[in-house]
Design a protein. Structure first.
Lengths: 126, 113
């Protein structure tokens, strides 16, 4: 069979992704976002360990609104990626594989992410 | 040794590194929360401690392995043109190796100065 003749339906605005699918694509997006944050993370880590001046500089940087915004995005990505990751690990060992429980754990993933993100926002901005 | 894209070994690396990083991050957050490093000296002593030094080094190695497997999967899913795929994969590899060298330079200055 010619692979190229298979119908392709990729109208993203018309695909109604189920809640489990949303966890899946968010896991991917958050992973990509976290990967993009690594150079910044290492830059701050390196600077903070280099000298007392560097340490003070990092403390100052952490107070800047721009970095706080990045940290907030990072907090969302990290909390979602970790929780969804634990969910996938559980599915790996056969916990929550059935449709109903997979949907339930997907909702729990979103709820926990919102909860942890709220805490992170309070820590970052207050 | 057989090198293939996909397969059981990368899958296993991804899982093991995930579990390790989860444990490390929980420990790290707890440590930051319970006894925040107040100044440079305290912060540096954290990472100069051999156990913490090693745990941090393993964390970063896990992180780079995890990112390699994860982004490799994403690249293989969305980039179908072979030369493009190859260039992007090689760039990712160079990027991750550079980051590894960078973070280990930082860690070694803590250990030996």
């Amino acid at each position: 069979m010619n692979k190229n003749q298979r119908p392709v339906f990729l109208n993203l605005t018309k695909i109604r992704l189920p809640v489990t699918g949303i966890v899946s694509i968010f896991h991917r997006i958050s992973g990509l976002l976290l990967a993009l944050c690594i150079p910044l993370l290492i830059y701050l880590f390196d600077l903070s360990l280099r000298s007392p001046q560097g340490f003070a500089e990092v403390q100052q940087l952490l107070q800047s609104p721009l970095l706080k915004l990045v940290l907030t995005a990072g907090a969302w990505a990290l909390s979602h990626h970790l929780i969804a990751g634990v969910r996938f690990l559980l599915i790996d060992i056969d916990i929550g594989v059935l449709k109903a429980s997979a949907r339930r754990s997907a909702w729990i993933t979103h709820a926990l992410t919102v909860l942890i993100l709220s805490i992170a926002i309070m820590v970052i901005w207050l | 040794m057989r090198w293939s894209l996909g397969g059981f070994r990368p899958w296993l690396f991804q899982r093991i590194s995930a579990v390790y990083m989860l444990g490390f991050l929980l420990f790290f957050l707890l440590a930051i929360y319970s006894c925040p490093p107040v100044d440079y000296q305290a912060w540096r002593e954290w990472f100069a401690h051999p156990v913490m030094w090693m745990a941090t080094a393993i964390f970063f190695v896990s992180l780079f392995l995890h990112v390699w497997v994860g982004l490799r999967d994403v690249i293989l899913d969305y980039l179908h043109n072979l030369p493009v795929r190859l260039v992007v994969l090689i760039s990712l590899g160079i990027f991750l190796i550079s980051l590894t060298l960078w973070v280990f330079r930082a860690l070694f200055t803590v250990a030996y100065l």
